[in-house]
Design a protein around this ligand. Structure first.
Ligand code: S3P
Length: 173
């Protein structure tokens, strides 16, 4: 069975690896519905992610994230772009592995820093927008990203169309 015959395609990876952009483009190419989990949480809560973290706490956000993931996995086939912290909970990893093909996007800390530097919407990176802290957080999460993924795509130096072509090639094999 190739990956497209499985129920969902899920994009995971560290903040700033381009999950949403790639997922949106793939959804056009493959003509599948696209779900951006962070955007859905913001809509549902009527609050920005940074405000949810600040006013309700990270655990509250992680509960919303897990509940939404489980709900989306029960629905029809689609392409899901997850927040970078989706791999922090074992139950999320198990649910993703069971119901979908998981694509991990990676990028060097230098690339990540360039992409997130002027963005204030990522509370996890508050006060950590430097190579050392990004490298440290990436290392802490690395094993969980890798144990979840079926497919690994490095994005450094590649265009959006190159990345999507690589993914399309791998999932149709
Ligand atoms: C987070 C990543 C964010 C968002 C939240 C927490 C994380 O999503 O879910 O700020 O812990 O890595 P992106 O990866 O889309 O930035």
């Amino acid at each position: 069975m190739n990956s497209l015959q499985k129920q969902h395609l899920i994009l995971i990876g560290f903040m700033g690896t381009g999950k949403s952009t790639v997922a949106r483009q793939l959804s056009r190419q493959l003509e599948l519905p696209f779900f951006e989990m962070d955007e859905m949480i913001v809509q549902e809560q009527g609050m920005e992610i940074s405000n949810i973290f600040q006013e309700k706490g990270e655990a509250y956000f992680r509960d919303l994230e897990t509940a939404l993931l489980k709900k989306l996995l029960q629905e029809g086939k689609g392409i899901l772009s997850c927040g970078g912290g989706i791999i922090l909970r074992d139950e999320n990893i198990q649910a993703m592995k069971k119901h979908s093909t998981v694509i991990l996007l990676t990028a060097k800390p230098e690339t990540i820093l360039k992409r997130v530097q002027h963005n204030q919407s990522r509370p996890v990176l508050n006060g950590k927008k430097n190579i050392d802290d990004i490298t440290k957080l990436m290392k802490e999460r690395e094993e969980r990203y890798h144990m979840t993924a079926d497919i690994l795509i490095s994005t450094d130096g590649k265009s959006l169309s190159q990345i999507c072509e690589e993914i399309a090639d791998m999932i149709t094999k």
